[in-house]
Ligand binder design. Structure first.
Ligand SMILES: [Cu+2]
Length: 706
């Protein structure tokens, strides 16, 4: 499968060199080199020519817009061959898959990635990074030999398309079937929102608590006091730890195979094999069956020594194959509950009187310390420890059904899972993909990656094109450690994975499979080079994603008009701020500024200020903002003309709806001023506001977010 960068197309290498020289001299990224490189690979023999004995199984997948109503409201969704999910692709191990993907979208490119399937780099489907983009009206035919069996899936790797419905299941039968079941059923789990995903991304970036308010998971001082967790709440704020967050988005529905309820066959005594795929863009699910404990027979498509699990946690992008046996007459619930208990979706096995599954207990809103302790206990369980009511993924119990080779030597790397929850910028090692170098590994080399989660969220980390083995704390029997393509890394904890770069040279992505994390930057390229370290002449592709968002806020009160508009793009914000007194004598302050975030605590800014208030003047300024413990923002700035300012700001969340903004400022020429504003949340876009400012007096009014 390997396609050496250097040896195969010698003439092309000369062309690369010339193009590289030309592009460096013209200051362009070597897009032409990349095109030529892809072209060379596109022209190489495809799987059907390389494996002429293999049966070719063909599918045609057309991606197009469609009006659908999965959650009460008709919205413009993206369908494959008219449905969500797309058709299940059935193959047998040893077949050649030939899949023609047609982009029926009017004005967007598209892509499909074959998640968990071992494919040549070119066929991996990540636009620009591995595979040419599929432009509107165009098609691309993917071809690859199926060297594995099991349950996998496919999804778009372009923008937010996966959230809008571009996903489906892949089932590859083994050459010799070993597991018998009366029914073989695919269940694709999904999360559905009637909002457009880019609006969700914008809402998250602006730091809105709207979704946690809607789900009833928002934290407040009063709530913490009532839960007898005020001390823990304040300790957390002191340490600048954001509230623990089991999910970011409030969804309108959770789906199984695109539906709010699924009816499945199942007579008493029959065994049902469910191939469970979590295609949710941002949802972990707990699975509970009324039929009894779930018998897990495969994880991420790989057979495991069967284990029983009362309640199963599945992260986004993971797959599990489970067996259930219908115990008696009736209809038996198989229930998927969102990790934050904000909703659920069920399949019912058989007909007759209903037997409900027991849902997991709702998470404690304020029990962060207890939750972190339970994570640590579960990561390194005592022998015979009882299954938790809210268990982590069952990795500690999983053993590969057949032993696999283990690398005799490996290199080690630590990848920190990082994020700025306040600005909703997620990353590895605090760097977005444009700032970070690709991780390089030579073909044949083995790499052990410690995934260190420094955040208060779970992250499902997916590595493209390879299986990695999970290395647990003791690593007693490495040859049967589970092989996976996606691993959940719980909050404030570590998972270790190890893989050998034996799936061909090229750029392979590793990323968080929470779509909204991936799209803000929790993604990195692993570049598998030739064994001698030779690389193609173009830089490793960065995964292009929409990154620029604009939002603002304006308050109209009986004392003043105040507000801001900001444009955020990664570390950069461009801001317009205004504060206008209503009385002619009050004056105003207007600012136009650029702000650069150096980390989660420090930002620098510069801009121009117009100030007609007492002691104010017009001029350029520069300054810094630093986040102090308890999320107190400290600001210092120097303006031309001599105005030197210090200020502090703090927001107190009093109740779920009521917040208090406090600010105090001292300027060398403008003197000391203070303000206090109470805001009462009405809807996503509006709050009532009432407050006092020493510059403009007291006022009440309406605050709008846009
Ligand atoms: Cu993440």
């Amino acid at each position: 499968m390997s396609r050496p960068f250097t040896s195969r197309f010698n003439l092309k290498n000369i062309a690369y060199g010339l193009l590289l020289w030309a592009s460096v001299s013209t200051g362009q990224a070597c897009e032409a080199c990349r095109k030529l490189y892809f072209q060379g690979m596109e022209n190489a023999p495809k799987a059907s020519a390389l494996y002429p004995q293999a049966k070719v199984v063909e599918y045609k997948l057309d991606i197009s817009e469609k009006d659908l109503t999965p959650a009460g409201q008709t919205v413009r969704a993206l369908a494959i061959n008219g449905g969500i999910p797309g058709p299940t692709l059935h193959f047998k191990e040893g077949d050649v898959a030939r899949i023609t993907v047609t982009n029926g979208l009017a004005d967007d490119t598209t892509s499909l990635h074959w998640h968990g399937v071992l494919v040549p780099n070119l066929e991996d489907g990540v636009p620009v990074v591995t595979t040419p983009i599929i432009a509107p009206g165009n098609s691309r035919t993917f071809e690859f030999l199926l060297r594995q069996h099991g349950t996998y899936w496919y999804h778009s790797h372009t923008g937010h398309q996966e959230q809008r419905g571009v996903y489906g299941a892949i089932v590859i039968e083994p050459k010799i079937p070993t597991i018998r079941a009366d029914h073989d059923q695919v269940i694709v789990l999904g999360d559905w929102t009637n909002e457009t995903p880019s609006e969700i991304q914008r809402t998250l970036l602006r730091g809105s608590d709207w979704y946690s308010f809607r789900k009833g998971t928002a934290q407040s001082l009063l709530g913490a006091y009532q839960a007898d967790k005020l001390g823990e709440y304040l300790d957390r704020e002191k340490a600048l730890v954001p509230p623990m967050d089991l999910s970011d988005v409030a969804y309108d529905a959770f789906l199984m195979n695109g539906q709010g309820r699924l009816q499945l066959p199942g007579k008493p005594g029959e065994t049902v094999r469910v191939r469970l795929i979590n295609a949710g863009a941002a949802t972990y699910f707990y699975l509970d069956a009324a039929t009894g404990p779930l018998k897990i027979i495969a994880a991420d498509g790989q057979n495991v020594v069967p284990i029983e699990q009362k309640r199963l946690l599945i992260g986004p992008a993971e797959t599990y194959d489970v067996l259930m046996t219908v115990p008696a007459k009736g209809s038996w619930e198989f229930r998927a509950t969102a990790l934050d208990s904000s909703g659920a979706v069920s399949a019912w096995l058989g007909d007759g009187s209903a037997h409900a599954a027991t849902p997991p207990p709702a998470p404690a809103r304020y029990g962060m310390n207890a939750y972190l302790t339970s994570i640590l206990d579960q990561l390194d369980p005592e022998p015979g420890a009882k299954e938790s009511e809210r268990p982590l993924s069952p990795y500690a119990k999983l053993r590969a059904a057949t032993p696999h080779p283990v690398a005799s030597a490996h290199r080690e790397l630590t990848l920190k899972l990082t994020g700025d929850m306040m600005r909703y910028e997620w990353s590895f090692d605090g760097l977005n993909p444009h700032e970070a170098e690709a991780i390089k590994i030579k073909e044949g080399e083995s790499l052990r990656v410690r995934l260190v989660n420094n955040t208060m969220m779970h992250h499902p980390i997916h590595f493209h094109g390879h299986f990695f083995r999970l290395v647990d704390a003791h690593d007693k029997d490495p040859a049967t450690s589970p092989l996976k393509h996606t691993v959940d890394v719980p909050p404030m904890s570590v998972r270790t994975i190890e893989f050998t770069a034996n799936e061909g040279q090229g750029d392979w992505l590793i990323h968080c499979h929470l779509l909204y994390h991936h799209l803000t930057g929790m993604v990195r390229t692993i570049r598998v080079t030739a064994a001698d370290g030779a690389e193609p002449p173009h830089p490793a592709g960065t995964h292009s994603m929409p990154s620029t968002y604009v939002w603002g806020q304006a308050a109209f009160t009986t004392a003043n008009y105040t507000g801001f508009i900001t444009l955020q793009d990664g570390r950069n914000n461009w801001n317009i701020n205004w504060d206008d007194g209503l009385k002619g004598s009050d004056g105003h302050e207007h600012e136009l500024s650029y702000q650069r975030y150096l980390g989660t605590r420090l930002s620098l800014f510069t801009g121009y200020r117009s100030n007609t208030m007492d002691g104010g003047s017009d001029g350029f300024f520069l300054g810094a903002n630093y986040r102090l413990p308890y999320f107190i923002d400290f600001k210092i700035s120097q303006q031309s003309g001599g105005e030197l300012r210090f200020g502090v700001m703090k927001m107190l969340q009093l109740t779920e709806r009521l917040s208090l903004d406090l600010g105090l400022r001292h300027g060398r020429l403008t003197g000391t001023s203070g303000m206090a504003n109470l805001n009462y949340l009405l809807t996503k876009s509006f709050s009532l506001t009432a407050g006092y400012s020493s510059d403009f007096g007291t006022g009440i009014g309406l605050l709008t977010r846009f």
